[in-house]
Design a binder for this molecule. Structure first.
Ligand code: ZN
Length: 256
């Protein structure tokens, strides 16, 4: 009798132990899957509150221009804003191009480091006069006319790839086209080097793919613009193109 009672006790303990283990296993599995499910929204939430770029951009779905900023490095010229007549740059020749002489030291330092890293950057285009820009535009219009377009159409299509006189950033002397202006430049080590290091010398990719609606210009991997190191770093951090950055700084000035 005693023996049977002891056996029963043993069996009950074993059963209880087994049930306990099953419950523990189920609980662990449930916690694991719940954690998995929660981890994604949590990460997204953390990113939105932590990223200064998203904070800056949420207020910048568009851009607004109320006048050139005092800083010469932030001169803004695009399809709607023309080159101010009184900002004609003082030019200096580097290789086969001319640029604003104030950017020459940074440009040469960048070329030198790139070369040391085994990357050969060549200068294809720098400063362009308004006359030269108009020639380029008219040439594009003629080409389109030759293809059978009427004048209005030919000019509209030309404007998609060539700026009108006074509306090219090359009029500022602060823009540079690298390595032969090739559509495939973004597949080269030179482009990848610029993506990583250009900002250290004050240059930014001026017409990024994802900003073409704001800049009014399609992706141009070869075209870089000097804005100075401090601004280049900030633009990179906040992920802003020049139109957005000028809008952002103007808003900040107005608030202070
Ligand atoms: Zn260019």
């Amino acid at each position: 009798m005693k023996q049977t009672a002891a056996m029963w006790k043993k069996t009950v303990f074993c059963l209880l132990g087994l049930i306990g283990m099953v419950i523990l296993l189920a609980a662990t599995t449930a916690v694991f899957f719940l954690a998995l499910e929660w981890s994604e929204p949590d990460a997204a939430q953390a990113a939105s509150s932590a990223s200064p770029a998203q904070a800056a951009q949420s207020s910048l779905n568009t851009w607004e221009f109320t006048g050139q900023l005092e800083d010469w490095r932030l001169l803004l010229v695009n399809n709607t804003i023309s080159m101010p007549k009184d900002k004609m740059p003082d030019l200096e020749t580097v290789g086969i191009i001319q640029v604003d002489r104030r950017i020459v030291d940074d440009l040469q330092a960048m070329l030198k480091t790139a070369s040391g890293d085994g990357v050969e950057l060549t200068l294809s285009s720098g400063y362009r006069s308004e006359e030269r820009q108009e020639e380029l535009f008219q040439k594009a219009v003629e080409d389109n006319r030759f293809l059978g377009m009427n004048l209005e159409m030919a000019e509209a299509v030309a404007a998609e790839s060539v700026a009108r006189a006074g509306h090219s950033e090359h009029n500022t002397g602060l823009a540079i086209d690298f390595n032969g202006v090739l559509e495939t430049f973004d597949e080269t080590p030179e482009y990848r080097w610029l993506q990583r290091h250009a900002y250290e010398y004050g240059f930014v990719l001026r017409y990024p793919q994802e900003k073409s609606e704001l800049t009014g210009i399609r992706f141009e991997p070869w075209h870089f613009r000097y804005v100075g190191q401090e601004h280049a770093e900030k633009m990179r951090l906040l992920n802003l193109c020049l139109e957005e950055y000028v809008t952002y700084l103007t808003a900040q000035q107005n608030h202070s």
